[in-house]
Design a binder for this molecule. Structure first.
Ligand SMILES: [Zn+2]
Length: 435
């Protein structure tokens, strides 16, 4: 991918927590190097309207998109939904996975997501035998590149079917022979991705859940992964997971992860719905990130996690669309606040500033795309210019104060996304133009 230098002129741009007017943005080699407010548009500038940082989908399973609108008729709980998900996973091939993922990633980009953390565990064929040359992983990488979205591939260690239980037949393609084989495959995959040069794809790591590995495996992972690599884990999404962990180890999932030294700034707990006060303290003290997935958690009846308590304890927050019942960063941000209003029976739990940060900088940090956690939301200098243009005059957004857009806008109000120097206008599919 080539990256041209370009000057953008924005009617409004979110910079350092403020919507500045008439902002000229200088982009060199994909990086935003200068933002000057109060300047008229010059000939040759690319004209944009209201511009905000690109959103980060910090938790995705692309193939779950196939379940949208297909699991409501027969009711059932999380575990029945999971059975349907396994049926879908069983049908994936490298080719179908690539096509499916490109469609899902394109839907994300058009909704305003400019980066995605793909929590990936469908590694092998149905017998658990490896495909040649990381075929499933490269299918996702190629899909993201084709869709024009930044991808952090979170390759997941998934060795057990439950605490102390082997993988079931339907989980066989998720697993590796043991934790050392997973680490070896992970390092080999990193080398393959690095050999492709600087692009939109980087590699992170995941542990599916404390159900999926042993205590010894946790130690090997803590020692074997480079310390800067993002590490994501599903944590306490369901009470049954907590109970199984308590029965086996006498510890909550968070307590177990802490006991093995895995909680740190590079750690992200996905969901973290059913936590104890001590869990919250541990996650906050570690400055870990919590990836909240409000639309999925509502769809699956998971519950409402203690997001404000986690933030108060020192944790960072990010959003994810997880199983993709909805792909819309604006809806995830507003639900994050509205769910807490229902839970706590008061308004104003998260400020609009906090919602902007959760949708943008929180996700960038937890995927290793940004080393710093900026206090104010906005476009970052010397960072890749990933951004979204939003129409503030649609029937839905008319009259909205720009700063409060996270509580009012929806994906249909997005008029352009910019990822690494490529501007795409979703209302004109196929008419993507490089800038
Ligand atoms: Zn998940």
């Amino acid at each position: 991918m080539t990256r041209a230098d370009r000057i953008y002129h924005c009617e409004f741009a979110l910079v350092d927590g403020v919507f500045a007017e008439q902002v000229r943005l200088k982009v060199v080699d994909g990086l935003l190097v200068e933002a000057v407010p109060g300047v008229l548009r010059q000939p040759g500038d690319v004209a944009l309207g209201v511009v905000v940082p690109g959103f980060v989908n910090a938790h995705s399973h692309a193939f779950h998109r196939e379940l949208r609108g297909r699991t409501h008729a027969d009711g059932g709980d999380f575990w029945r939904w999971r059975h349907r998900m396994y049926e879908t996973a069983a049908g994936l091939t490298p080719s179908s996975y690539r096509d499916l993922a490109e469609g899902v990633f394109t839907e994300m980009r058009d909704a305003g997501y400019t980066a995605v953390g793909e929590f990936h565990y469908v590694h092998h064929d149905l017998r658990g035998e490896p495909y040649p040359e990381h075929a499933m992983e490269l299918a996702l990488a190629d899909a993201a590149t084709a869709a024009g979205i930044r991808l952090v591939l979170l390759d997941a260690c998934y060795l057990r079917g439950g605490v102390g239980q082997p993988l079931t037949d339907e989980q066989r393609r998720f697993g590796d022979p043991d934790v050392y084989a997973w680490l070896e495959r992970w390092h080999a995959l990193r080398d393959v991705l690095a050999s492709r040069g600087r692009g939109l794809v980087t590699l992170g790591a995941a542990v599916h859940s404390v159900r999926a590995v042993s205590r010894r495996d946790l130690d090997v992972i803590a020692d074997g992964l480079p310390p800067e690599v993002p590490l994501h884990v599903h944590v306490s999404e369901q009470p049954a997971e907590n109970q199984a962990c308590l029965d086996a180890y006498g510890l909550t999932p968070t307590g177990l992860l802490a006991a093995h030294g895995l909680l740190s700034q590079r750690f992200s707990a996905v969901h973290a719905t059913h936590l104890t006060a001590e869990d919250i303290r541990l996650l906050g003290a570690a400055n870990a990130t919590i990836v909240m997935c409000p639309t999925t958690e509502a769809d699956l009846g998971d519950g409402i996690g203690p997001a404000p308590e986690l933030a108060a304890a020192g944790a960072s927050l990010a959003i994810g669309s997880d199983q993709h019942v909805v792909i819309d960063p604006w809806e995830e941000m507003s639900r994050l606040e509205l769910d807490q209003r229902l839970r706590l029976q008061r308004r104003g739990i998260f400020t609009p500033d906090a919602l902007w940060r959760t949708g943008t900088t929180g996700g960038h940090h937890c995927l290793g795309l940004s080393k710093v956690r900026r206090r104010s939301p906005g476009l970052g200098l010397q960072e890749p210019f990933d951004a979204v243009e939003i129409n503030p005059t649609t029937a839905r957004t008319r009259g909205v104060e720009l700063h409060q857009l996270p509580l009012a806008a929806r994906a249909a109000d997005v008029t352009a996304t910019i990822v690494d120097g490529t501007l795409t206008r979703p209302e004109q599919p196929g008419d993507s133009s490089r800038c």
